[in-house]
Design a binder for this molecule. Structure first.
Ligand code: UD1
Ligand code: CA
Length: 458
């Protein structure tokens, strides 16, 4: 493979975002735009990835991660796209091909970029253009009578006839590095904006007889750039539509494809059904025949086959077995593992706990820092009191334990196999296997008792 360098332009301020957060850190599908661009860059196996940054420098650097190591190049002042790429040239000099990407054009696709890289690897210039119905504000592609590309003219420098052209410059291009390094210092800034335009290298290539080949993106949304919150929201919808389309094509049933948001990655086995208003964050895996109820939030979780998640449930960082039933209105918090056949009902919160096969907590409970065996029944209103104000302690519940309603388990405590705890009991000592434990209480009654009555005001 010929060696490839990728230069990502990300120095622009993004004034129109009206935000303290640098523009390229605003997210599409939960991932900062610049991170998306870095991810697609790395998918092309480059030798170098250089990011030209300016505004919000340290914040941007801290927010972006990479597998290969990034070269950060500061551009100050910002004198145009040509000037920006020039700053990165010392870092890419040893490579054969250079590809230019943009930190605010987040959905550019790998296949589209590969087309450009292949052209440049053969000594030509690969340029991505697109035909659009409204070319306003964009550079226009000028072709000669034979259809060969001649130049790119920015809107502000264009004649009325050129402005009528609907083929626009997307900005993406790949070029032999040696040619690029030669052309960039030759750019001038005598134009309407007084900037060094990267686009002027197209004319230089043509003048040297180097072939410029254009490609169009596989999907139009790949080349949409973001300058405002409005554009960010529109692209987010396009991205989510695309996610929904892909899931349905792979066999997932979405009751309404416009009411699912994926901020991360959702992987589904066959016959998964997702009801409306579901939010997926991070990495989520759903097994065969899983059903996700309406208004559910799923974050970094693995849900086994045949499991049903009922509406308004939150699951975060948990592993859920097969044929489990959770919700409605349940909350499963990080480091929880539910074995097959577990039932977690309404208003039950589970945190950092393992619950064994077939165990049930169907109503209004808190189960935290606990190890629960199999076939355990936890009655309504049972609370593990895991926090002494300073430290958290574990509760251990053996197999076949039956806990009545409204029980407090003061940790650290162990309830051994087969034990039964009566309703309303407070447990602060370990419980023997197969025993019945209650707190003796009396029930006192006052016959014919009159409730107080409300005094009338004068
Ligand atoms: C540029 C193209 C235009 C194309 C359009 C597509 C040029 C001269 N024009 O115009 O033909 O249709 O993109 O969106 O290239 N940047 C820097 N440093 C700079 C200037 C820009 O890093 O000094 C970065 C910006 O952060 C941005 C990108 O380069 O990501 C494009 O810059 P912008 O000023 O938005 O260029 P346009 O005028 O939109
Ligand atoms: Ca722009």
């Amino acid at each position: 493979m010929p060696s490839l360098a990728i230069v990502i332009l990300a120095a622009g301020q993004g004034k129109r975002m009206k935000s303290a957060l640098p523009k390229v850190l605003h997210a599409i599908g939960g991932i900062p735009m610049l991170q998306r661009v870095v991810n697609v860059a790395e998918a092309l196996s480059p030798d170098k990835v250089a990011i030209v940054y300016g505004h919000g420098g340290e914040t941007v650097r801290a927010a972006v991660s990479s597998n290969t190591g990034l070269v950060w190049v500061k551009q100050e002042p910002q004198l145009g796209t040509g000037h920006a790429v020039l700053q990165a040239m010392p870092y890419v000099a040893q490579t054969q091909t250079t590809l230019i990407l943009y930190g605010d054009v987040p959905l550019i696709g790998e296949a589209t970029l590969n087309n450009l890289v292949e052209i440049a690897a053969q000594g030509g210039v690969g340029w991505l253009t697109n035909v659009v119905s409204n070319p306003e504000g964009l550079g226009r592609v000028i072709r000669d009578a034979s259809g060969a590309v001649m130049a790119i003219v920015e809107e502000r420098d264009a004649t009325p006839a050129q402005r009528a052209i609907c083929e626009i410059n997307t900005g993406f291009l790949a070029c032999p590095t040696a040619s690029l390094a030669r052309w960039l210092p030759m750019l001038g800034n005598r134009n309407a904006q007084g900037e060094y335009y990267l686009t002027d290298i197209l004319g230089m290539a043509v003048a040297e007889g180097i072939k410029v080949t254009t490609h169009t993106p596989k999907h139009s949304w790949e080349v949409i750039g973001i300058n405002s919150k409005d554009q960010l929201a529109s692209l987010e919808r396009l991205y989510q539509q695309e996610n929904a389309r892909r899931l349905m094509a792979s066999g997932v049933t979405l009751l309404d494809p416009t009411r699912l948001d994926i901020r991360g990655e959702l992987v589904c086995e066959t016959d998964v059904t997702v009801d409306v208003n579901v939010l997926v964050e991070g990495q989520v895996w759903l097994g065969r025949n899983v059903s996700i109820g309406a208004n559910t939030v799923l974050k970094n979780c693995h849900i086994g086959e045949g499991t049903t998640i009922l509406p308004f449930t939150h699951i975060d960082s948990a592993i859920i077995g097969a044929n489990v039933r959770i919700g409605p209105y349940a909350r499963i918090r990080p480091d929880t593992k539910l074995a097959d056949g577990v039932h977690i009902g309404n208003f039950v919160e589970v945190k950092a706990s393992q619950i064994g096969a077939g165990s049930k907590a169907n109503h209004l409970s808190y189960i935290g820092d606990s190890t629960v065996g199999s076939s355990v029944n936890i009655g309504a209103g049972t609370i593990t009191c895991n926090y002494d104000g300073a430290n958290k302690h574990r509760t251990v519940i053996g197999d076949n334990v039956h806990i009545g309603s409204d029980v407090q388990l003061i940790a650290p405590v162990t309830i051994n196999t087969g034990a039964t705890i009566g309703a309303g009991t407070t447990i602060w000592k370990d419980v023997a296997a197969a025993s019945l434990t209650v707190n003796p209480k009396t029930q006192a009654a006052t016959p014919n008792w009159q409730r107080p009555t409300k005094k009338t005001k004068n």
